[in-house]
Design a protein around this ligand. Structure first.
Ligand code: SAH
Length: 380
């Protein structure tokens, strides 16, 4: 049976201008015989004004508007579902093509608002305690799809009166996927996040979280210096091999050396280590001692993450008492340690609970075509 494809895929064959950082946009305009300042004008329309229709870009000539409309577009991911949590957190399921969706989470606090952004549809890494792993891997997100999540959220939440100033103050690349497995698109998206004519967010307020893809981490160091978070989760190779299988390829010693290099020569910078608290697995007093010895080798901060359960997981979260013991013991040893507040878990928006893949959600139907039809008819 012939299945009808959705328009979304068709629009992707056009140039999506969200795919470009400023230098690339300058080249794009130069190739059209236009001055490079057109790039900053375009960026301001898109990111500061939220104007995506070339016809409304009044400082462009009619001819340029027509040319742009013919070959390019500004395409944002489309919202399939919105889940507001009782604590103010909002999770969105966003469609990126006819068969795939991702999740993005908005986390407001009194002094800032953080957006948790996805970098892949699914993930290849198979960490045993993460629900994204259960859905397998589908594909990398494009730069436009990463940037589009921030733009979508900005539109949804509202822009501030001061056009250049964005309501979202912090970005964490901690959603679905492993950002270092999609480094080029992620780096270009970071360019747009930090670009003054786009989101203008300082690199200190952007955090990339990785499970430790060491060669990509070395490359990242040459390309950017946003804040780094590392999903450690175990203080020795034996246990980490089990929980974070990529450790078999890049063991802790190599990972720590790469972390040291990342902050080398930057005296006040620290790597944030993430440690999910799994009852009876990695939360014994001896693990705290091993962790202290390990973290003394790198300028480090430690985030203890309460494990967030999801259907089918064999793990449970450590008790409050155990988490407090860890925090107190490791703080005492001179390492800044916090227990991360769980946000949005009433709508499954917390760390490790993101599963956006439409294919996965409709395994019942077993047919992608069926999903496409359901989307089209507004049932998904
Ligand atoms: N792949 C990257 C980005 C994901 S970030 C990385 O591994 O860092 C999401 C953070 O939440 C990671 O530290 C991840 O290990 C952690 N996490 C995954 N599943 C979790 C769960 N069920 N409960 C709490 N934290 C979890």
């Amino acid at each position: 049976m012939q299945r009808r494809e959705l328009n979304v895929a068709e629009t992707h064959t056009q140039t999506n201008l969200l795919d470009f950082n400023r230098p690339e946009l300058e080249t794009y305009f130069a190739e059209k015989g236009e001055k490079s300042f057109r790039a900053t004008q375009l960026l301001k329309w898109i990111y500061h004004e939220g104007v995506y229709d070339f016809e409304q870009m009044t400082n462009f000539s009619k001819a340029l508007r027509a040319k742009l409309a013919q070959e390019a577009g500004v395409t944002l991911p489309e919202c399939i579902e919105e889940h507001p949590s009782a604590d103010g957190t909002v999770k969105w399921l966003l469609r990126v093509d006819s068969g795939n969706a991702i999740e993005t989470v908005y986390i407001p606090e009194t002094d800032r608002a953080t957006l948790c952004v996805s970098s892949q549809v699914g993930c290849t890494l198979n960490c045993t305690f993460c629900s994204t792993a259960t859905q397998g891997f589908n594909r990398n997100l494009s730069t436009a799809e990463i940037v589009g999540q921030i733009l979508f959220a900005t539109d949804r939440i509202g822009r501030s009166e001061n056009r250049g100033e964005h309501v979202i103050t912090n970005i964490v690349l901690m959603g679905m996927g492993e950002p270092l497995m999609n480094l080029d698109n992620v780096i270009r998206a970071i360019d747009v996040m930090t670009e003054d004519y786009a989101f203008g967010i300082s690199k200190r307020k952007i955090t990339l979280s990785t499970s430790g893809v060491v060669p990509a981490l070395e490359r990242m160091r040459e390309l950017t210096d946003v804040s780094l978070a590392v999903s450690l989760h175990a203080p020795n190779d034996e246990l980490r091999n089990e929980l974070v299988p990529i450790n078999k390829k890049y063991p802790i010693k190599q990972l720590m050396a790469a972390c040291r290099r990342y902050v080398e020569g930057k005296p006040r910078r620290r790597v944030t280590f993430e440690y999910v608290m799994l009852a009876g697995v990695n939360d014994k007093p001896e693990h705290a001692e091993q962790l202290i010895r390990l973290l003394r080798t790198v300028p480090a901060k430690l985030n203890l993450i309460p494990f967030n359960p999801y259907p089918g997981t064999p793990y449970t979260c450590s008790t409050e008492q155990t988490m407090e013991y860890f925090r107190n013991r490791i703080t005492e040893a001179g390492i800044v340690t916090i227990i991360r507040k769980t946000r949005g878990n009433d709508v499954d928006a917390a760390c490790g609970q993101l599963v956006g893949n439409i294919k996965d959600r409709t395994r019942r139907s077993q047919r992608l075509g069926q999903v496409a039809i359901e989307i089209e008819e507004g049932r998904l």
